[in-house]
Design a protein around this ligand. Structure first.
Ligand SMILES: *[C@@H]1O[C@H](CO)[C@@H](O)[C@H](O)[C@H]1NC(C)=O
Ligand SMILES: *[C@@H]1O[C@H](CO)[C@@H](O)[C@H](O)[C@H]1NC(C)=O
Ligand SMILES: *[C@@H]1O[C@H](CO)[C@@H](O)[C@H](O)[C@H]1NC(C)=O
Ligand SMILES: *[C@@H]1O[C@H](CO)[C@@H](O)[C@H](O)[C@H]1NC(C)=O
Ligand SMILES: *[C@@H]1O[C@H](CO)[C@@H](O)[C@H](O)[C@H]1NC(C)=O
Length: 735
């Protein structure tokens, strides 16, 4: 069967050559693909993959489980895939394998390049093949109708936000591409460090990164943590699972022969090998640590249901919808709720005083705490425990939710738990959106730039049903990590006298939020104040060693962790993110034509270093180039980074039917109140604070002038009196 089709192609090729019109076949070769041939490829691939899972299971059966508390265990927590994505990722593996096989069997024979073949295959529809129904069920399943769904509130997983394309922005769907991905084979293969142009990610990191203090005296540390908080709302990339049981694998097993076997046989094992000259991981010739675990990201089925290059799954919803607080599944959200009065579960540390409540401990054995059950908190997003100050920000919003639910209850006492919960969640989400667009984006991207580029709040948002909210892969993978360069090892806590042995450090507290024991409530409030006083670190190539050498290491003795920058570089190559220069072009910035151009764009002294690592500036990884760019006007980032962030937040706004200032989402009176909210007010109301600066992200030159009492009307309050009155006809909340 296959033989005949191959010969038909050869005959067609011959005809083309004979009559000298090659474009007839080459350009549209994919239209000639025969469905039954495609189905045959699919069947072949399904068998191959089944066998692969079987052999993976055999290999894994011989490997010991991860040790609780080890760095790899911490890494697993951050990147743990949910069971909701299992079937989608498995189907995706089949689709990409078939794509590769179609490329090799058919496309390449026309003399087309790998990337052209991959592009052509995105025009080949799965409909009609044996995979078609699966893809339709994943994204276009008409059984799952939005009609009759509760229109008043968001769904937890983001579905039915767009009523025409209900899967848009849903959790466990792929990231979006701004530029066509670049894989070694056009489909999914990562560049191989040894025989390619690209330098080893760890070598890039050790050559470019320094651990030095570089505070931005005009911005507070809250800038760093809000960036991470919002980043977690919008994106969560997880790893591919291995074998039939969907296991997490450590590709860097201590036993070198097992390590070898894993890397040879498990396709998603792409660890970073430590260069010999690495003075940290290889302090002496004895090969202490030769390998940093990296497992390729979980793939997702392309949402247009076609063949094509690999796309990665976002486990978070693509909307700015507080999913990191509330979770993305019914089961998760139920486990976070008190189930009375609309409140979220908390531990009461002082009776009646909500600004002392803390989040519930995760006591069930769910592998979410690096130190074992009961040593971390339960949240809508596992990563809430990664950094103590991030955890404090989560706690702040859990308290705010409960405060709002309490106010609503006072206003309308007969509302059910469900009604109170949904309305409070809606208000909290709106406040987070408002603070993000009103305070954080102008501080990050510059005040004028924000106004002039579709991010200003002067006019109400017009919802655009045709816009796509999907988070871009480049933003999530290569840009969001900018926040890592802003964090500092010292955890500023205001009441320093409480901690005579010195300030707590991030190194000891990564993934270990509970170490401060019984003082934890105090610490959370004091950490929140600390975030408003401590200067943030600049967005640059200076990182604290706590995350470039000790990431996930909770051993108080100086031992080895991992390197967040190496992992981020490896991840952007895993995802086929095009280079820095291609994104400059995308952003309409000037081309780099010579070393002089490069030196002018990059911070002083970095152009030479870059050209020692990369053979040409055209190879520079997006994240690396974007971190080294000179910053523009009053932005905290360079122009390429700013452009990609802007592109994202414009769509995050206009493609969200529930965006807080879209007409109908809130009544005029409610919106007027939500617009009063500042992060300063949320801190005042929930962290036992008396004095606060008006603009929390800005660090005033003279403290006295901008600090006000929380009772001051300069830090206005949301008013709940009459919240449910005066509702317009087009309004669709509780009436
Ligand atoms: C398991 O590991 C042991 C020791 O490393 C080895 O001798 C044995 O062949 C392995 N078994 C399998 C199934 O790989
Ligand atoms: C694939 O085919 C289906 C049904 O024929 C059609 O509705 C859909 O638009 C096609 N998709 C693409 C990307 O061409
Ligand atoms: C739709 O529902 C019917 C009946 O419940 C079921 O047989 C069918 O498989 C469903 N279709 C999809 C695409 O899930
Ligand atoms: C912002 O715009 C105003 C008015 O056009 C101008 O005076 C100011 O210098 C601009 N600020 C920056 C940082 O460019
Ligand atoms: C740290 O080192 C000390 C002394 O070498 C040792 O007793 C202790 O067990 C180590 N702690 C951990 C957590 O490994």
């Amino acid at each position: 069967m296959k033989r005949t089709s191959t010969s038909i192609i050869i005959i067609r090729l011959l005809i083309c050559t004979v009559i000298f019109v090659p474009p007839c076949c080459t350009e549209n070769w994919y239209l000639e693909l025969d469905i039954s041939d495609v189905n045959q490829e699919i069947q072949k691939v399904v068998e191959i993959i089944e066998n692969r899972y079987r052999s993976e299971d055999i290999i894994l059966s011989n490997i010991s489980r991860l040790i609780i508390g080890s760095p790899v265990y911490g890494q697993m927590i951050d990147s743990m895939p949910s069971k909701e994505g299992h079937s989608g990722s498995r189907n995706a593996e089949i689709i990409y394998e078939v794509t590769r096989s179609l490329k090799n069997t058919y496309c390449l024979s026309y003399g087309l390049s790998d990337i052209q073949c991959a592009k052509d295959l995105t025009k080949v529809n799965l409909t009609g093949t044996t995979l078609g129904e699966m893809c339709m069920a994943e994204y276009h399943n008409n059984n799952y109708s939005c009609i009759g769904k509760d229109f008043d509130y968001r769904s937890l997983d983001g579905s039915c936000n767009n009523l025409k394309r209900k899967y848009l922005g849903k959790a466990n769907t792929p990231y979006k591409r701004l530029l066509f991905p670049v894989y070694k084979d056009g489909v999914y293969e990562m560049p191989n460090i040894n025989d390619e142009m690209l330098p080893n990610p760890r070598l890039v990191s050790t050559n470019l990164v320094k651990d030095e203090d570089s505070p931005d005296q005009t911005k507070t540390m809250m800038m760093a943590y809000w960036s991470i908080f919002i980043g977690h709302d919008l994106s969560h990339t997880t790893v591919s699972t291995i074998g039939k049981e969907n296991r997490f694998v450590n590709c860097c097993d201590k036993d070198k022969s097992i390590q070898y076997s894993l890397n040879k046989n498990i396709r998603s094992c792409k660890p970073i090998f430590i260069p010999d000259e690495d003075r940290f991981f290889k302090p002496d010739p004895f090969d202490y640590m030769n390998c940093m675990n990296y497992v390729r990201s979980r793939p997702a089925v392309r949402s247009d249901c076609t063949f094509g290059p690999m796309e990665q799954m976002n486990q978070a919803t693509h909307y700015l919808d507080a999913s990191m607080i509330y979770g993305t599944t019914e089961q998760q959200t139920l486990s976070l709720r008190q189930m009375s009065l609309g409140k979220l579960l908390v531990q009461k540390k002082r009776f009646i005083i909500p600004s002392w409540d803390i989040m519930p401990l995760e006591t069930t054995d769910t592998n979410v705490c690096q130190n074992g059950p009961g040593t971390c908190f339960r949240a809508g997003d596992i990563r809430a425990n990664a950094l103590p100050q991030l955890n404090a920000v989560h706690t702040l919003w859990v308290r705010e939710h409960n405060r709002v639910a309490g106010e609503l209850y006072k206003e309308k006492i007969f509302l059910t738990d469900e009604e109170l919960f949904q309305e409070a969640k809606k208000i909290v989400t709106a406040c987070i959106q408002h603070i993000t667009y009103n305070e954080w984006l102008p501080a990050l991207l510059g005040v004028n730039y924000t106004k002039e580029n579709g991010l200003g709040l002067g006019q109400r948002t017009t919802y655009d049903e045709t816009a796509d909210p999907t988070v871009s892969n480049s933003f999530a993978t290569a840009i969001l990590p900018f926040a890592n360069s802003m964090i500092s090892d010292s955890i500023r806590i205001t009441d320093t006298y409480l901690y005579p042995p010195g300030q707590p450090t991030l190194k000891e507290h990564y993934n270990k939020p509970l170490i401060l024991g019984s003082l934890v409530t105090h610490v959370i409030n004091d950490m929140l104040i600390g975030l408003t006083m401590q200067a943030t670190q600049k967005v640059d190539m200076l990182f604290t060693q706590s995350i470039t050498n000790y990431l996930y290491s909770i051993d108080p003795n100086d031992s080895f962790g991992m390197d967040i920058l190496s992992l981020d570089i490896q991840r952007s190559r895993d995802h086929g993110i095009p280079s820095y220069t291609q994104f400059r072009k995308y952003c309409g910035l000037t081309d780099i034509e010579n070393v002089q151009d490069l030196s002018e764009i990059m911070v002083e002294g970095s152009a030479d270093k870059l050209l020692k690592l990369y053979k040409t500036w055209n190879d520079i990884d997006l994240l690396v180039g974007a971190l080294l760019e000179k910053h523009v006007d009053d932005a905290m980032v360079g122009p390429t980074m700013r452009c990609i962030i802007k592109e994202q937040f414009v769509r995050t706004r206009i493609a969200d039917r529930f965006f807080y200032d879209v007409p109908g989402v809130f009544s005029d009176y409610q919106l007027e109140n939500i617009r009063k909210v500042t992060l300063a007010r949320v801190l005042c109301d929930n962290a036992d604070i008396e004095l606060m600066t008006l603009e929390v992200f800005s660090r005033p030159a003279v403290y006295d002038h901008s600090v006000h009492g929380c009772i001051s009307t300069l830090i206005p309050n949301m008013k709940f009196i009459g919240w449910f009155d005066k509702l317009e006809d087009n309004f669709f909340g509780i009436k």
